[in-house]
Ligand binder design. Structure first.
Ligand code: AVI
Length: 327
């Protein structure tokens, strides 16, 4: 693969030219399958990202504030267990509070390597972090983190790698994909490295139902925004008044499933292809798996990790887990 390093003030980008995938091809494949689906990765256009930010502040949506609260209370413990002079490799470009809390709380971290498929997004976030943490070398990598990728070498040699994957985004992957992603993280952690990961836990289904069907309708708007995006970018004519948001708890699969339900028999044009919907037919748009500690422990062990510590909030809604990659 040809790579490119570009320097922007003091932030050096390693551009691995990730294949961006084809939105139109993916959407048509999903909508012409016998069970219609759309990938949740397409939620996050500008409006979708803003709607997601609003979701994180909803009273019903507990994950973000709970993870941050755990982080606040256990950061000294994390810093102690992880040790000094690590290189932090974040899967996703976090300029959020959790990343800042981590970088501020670790002992003398040598570098911060955010990895993200959208180079623009990545550089904007990396510049913010660089301005706030001038003593940490910031080395953004533009890559698809679901596949193994090359890591840049920091100027100062780290004592170990710390892979960081907050937000319970792992829950949005199927179990097979989640295992594959854990294997990539195991690889990037390198022998003796660690993974610090946010994992949402199984809980009273009523709490989950409310978190994904909020009263203000922001999650519904977030879900429907996918159709709005397809209308705009793929010359489609979804009538948003004839699709509704629905999120259900699937007990046997231990996951929330988000769908868009067609309110009537209707046909929609997408990139020149006519797609028909029966009344009540749904498009699956997202899984959000919730794990119990044992199930996540088994999956991470399959990827080669050993559980070192699991921190939870007092109500056991959410966990932050520190996993070791043995030497
Ligand atoms: C990004 N991800 C962890 C969120 C979740 O809770 O699964 C996405 C989300 N979907 C609906 N609300 C939030």
């Amino acid at each position: 693969m040809s790579t490119k390093e570009t320097s922007d003030t003091d932030v050096r980008l390693l551009d691995l030219h990730p294949p961006m995938g084809d939105f139109s091809e993916d959407v048509l494949r999903g909508l012409t399958a016998s069970e219609k689906s759309l990938s949740p990765k397409y939620f996050y256009d500008l409006r979708g990202s803003r709607l997601f930010d609003r979701i994180t502040e909803l009273p019903e949506y507990y994950p973000t504030r709970t993870e941050l609260a755990i982080m606040e209370s256990v950061m000294p413990d994390i810093a102690e267990q992880v040790g000094p002079e690590v290189s932090v490799i974040e899967f996703g470009s976090g300029s959020g509070l959790k990343t800042r809390r981590l970088l501020a709380g670790l002992k003398d971290p040598v570098s911060y390597v955010p990895v993200e498929i959208s180079c623009e997004h990545l550089m904007a976030a990396a510049r913010l972090i660089a301005a706030e943490f001038p003593h940490i070398e910031i080395l953004p990598v533009c890559a698809d983190f679901t596949r193994p990728f090359e890591l840049p070498d920091p100027e100062r040699m780290p004592l170990r790698n710390l892979v960081y994957f907050p937000g319970s985004t792992i829950g949005n992957f199927s179990r097979d994909e989640a295992l594959q992603l854990l294997r990539v993280m195991h690889n990037e952690a390198r022998p003796g490295g660690v993974l610090l990961i946010g994992v949402d836990l199984r809980k009273d289904p009523e709490i989950l139902r409310r978190a994904y069907n909020d009263d203000a309708g922001v999650t519904a708007e977030f879900n429907l925004n996918l159709l709005r995006r397809i209308n705009r970018e793929l010359e489609a004519d979804f009538d948003l008044d004839h699709f509704t948001h629905k999120a259900i708890w699937n007990e046997s699969e231990s996951r929330v499933e988000m769908r868009l339900i067609s309110g009537k028999d209707q046909s929609v044009m997408v990139s020149g292809t006519s797609i028909s919907f029966r009344a009540g037919e749904s498009i699956l748009t997202e899984y959000s798996h919730k794990y119990d500690e044992a199930a996540f422990g088994d999956m991470s062990a399959e990827a080669g990790f050993e559980v070192r510590s699991v921190w939870k909030d007092p109500d056991k809604l959410f966990s932050i887990q520190l996993l070791n990659r043995p030497v």
